[in-house]
Design a protein around this ligand. Structure first.
Ligand code: F0G
Length: 455
């Protein structure tokens, strides 16, 4: 049977496609940066899966039942109970979104000179580590940097790299090892349970904490069930909890797995770390029982937590991503293989072999896709990688990607097939796409607001 949408539509939001001249004007005004487009001018918005989910009927009704008390909100206790049950961590501190949790964790644990090994970087995570004087060291397997590798767990940690990173820094200078499930910048690639167990063992041997970036851990559980021997008959809830049982805590952006438009949390088992987080959250977010969120946001997040591991939802979601990837691959469009959990990544180096990395091929491709079809995607290449904090030189990532990110429960299979058609058309004419020159570069997280000009 066809893998059709496991929901029906109760409310619609009209979208419109500007004509070609309108799209050219819009992207020019946006400095050829898709982050700077107005959403009204976008037809299909695949910028991100963050905060863009459609909430369920139960989530909308949870909003109405949110307890807005300043202290001791019932909605907080509902969230805490759901997190304890589903994630299994002892304590949770809500934050306004994932980077709020990253801020707390980095401030508490990182000191100048510290090193944080991680399976590839994420933009905001690394920025917070560096802001506190730490240095990120990439310990992901080499296959993750190769868009053509079919490795089933490209998010895995290379255990030798991890060993080396800890020994070179000295274990006393490694406040925690950070492991992302799945790995966004590698293409939404999963990490296996076996690898998580091995990472856990190394951390234990050195007496170092293991903290997850659990932002898309539901999708990771799906891939473990699908690809890892011994997991085919286990429930997603059990696999999810087993993943979590190997860590000491996590940062979490609720805007992804938890199907809400805003929210996140920091979770941990350690009582002392919890006390420190409660002290800091008051300064940066709010009382530990609301952490920068309205009671209704926490209520919707608790409900989302109860929906994220539903097999019909998650299967359709991962299936949508895979269908788009298959459509593109069959037409010879270069993409990261295998398809990840939340997005299809176009390989801009192979798509635009005539555009050197210094001319921002992924940025140029994202702009061209908007011009061609009103589809908004995101650069994940040299612009996102930014500059080295010490030397000031550009990081030169091996992967130069354009991310077509699929929001949860928002677009139909037909809309995504239309996106696939548009990318295939663009690929046939790729020679006509030229590079871009960066004319404005902000000092941090430059990809959000940088501006460009066609060369
Ligand atoms: N970690 C990962 C793996 C993420 O993908 C994100 C956000 C964060 C942390 C930060 O969470 O946005 O709630 O503060 N990713 C979004 C994206 C922005 O488009 O990939 P946040």
């Amino acid at each position: 049977m066809r893998n059709a949408e496991p929901w029906r539509i109760k409310m619609v939001e009209p979208i419109r496609l500007l004509d070609r001249a309108g799209r050219e004007a819009a992207i020019r005004e946006a400095g050829y940066n898709t982050f700077l487009l107005r959403s009204e001018d976008v037809y299909i918005d695949l910028l991100t899966d963050s905060g863009t989910s459609a909430m369920s009927d139960l989530q909308w009704s949870a909003l109405m039942r949110g307890d807005e008390a300043y202290a001791g909100s019932r909605s907080f206790y509902e969230l805490e109970a759901a997190a304890r049950e589903i994630y299994g961590f002892k304590h949770i501190v809500p934050t306004h979104q994932g980077r709020g949790a990253e801020n707390l964790l980095s401030r508490i644990l990182i000191r100048p000179g510290h090193v944080v090994p991680q399976n590839m970087y994420f933009t905001t995570t690394r920025a917070h580590q560096e802001l506190n004087g730490g240095r990120f060291v990439d310990v992901i397997v080499d296959e993750a940097h190769d868009s053509s590798s079919d490795h089933p767990f490209k998010g895995n940690v290379d255990l030798q790299k991890l060993h080396r990173a800890i020994e070179e820094a000295g274990p006393e200078n490694v406040p925690y090892v950070c492991v992302a499930l799945t790995v966004n910048m590698a293409g939404g690639q999963p990490i296996s349970m076996e690898n998580l167990r091995e990472v856990r063992a190394i951390c234990k041997r050195f007496g170092i904490r293991l903290m997850y970036d659990a932002t898309r851990a539901a999708e990771n559980a799906w891939f473990i069930r699908e690809r890892e021997p011994g997991y085919a008959d286990k429930s997603l809830a059990d696999i999810f909890k087993e993943q979590m049982s190997l860590a000491d805590g996590c940062t979490m952006s609720g805007k992804k797995d938890l199907l809400v438009n805003i929210g996140g949390f920091l979770a941990m088992n350690d009582d002392h770390l919890f006390d420190q987080a409660k002290e800091l959250v008051v300064l940066f977010e709010g009382m530990p029982s609301y952490g920068g969120l309205a009671g209704r946001d926490m209520a919707a997040m608790a409900q989302g937590m109860r929906e994220m591991l539903d097999a019909s939802y998650l299967g359709h979601r991962v299936g949508q991503v895979r269908a788009l990837a298959d459509q593109l691959a069959e037409a010879g469009v270069p993409i990261v293989r295998p398809a990840g959990g939340h997005a299809v990544y176009l390989d801009a180096r192979a798509f635009l072999p005539h555009v050197p990395q210094a001319q921002h091929p992924a940025q140029a491709l994202a702009a061209a896709l908007y011009e061609h079809a009103g589809v908004r995607a995101m650069e994940r290449g040299i612009v996102s990688a930014g500059r080295d904090a010490k030397s000031g030189k550009n990081h030169l990532p091996k992967l130069e990607l354009v991310r077509l990110t699929i929001p949860r429960r928002v677009y139909t299979d037909n809309q995504l097939a239309m996106v696939g058609d548009a990318v295939i058309e663009l690929h046939r004419d790729a020679k006509r796409i030229g590079g871009l020159d960066m004319v404005y570069e902000p000092p941090t997280l430059r990809f959000f607001t940088a501006r460009f000009r066609p060369l």
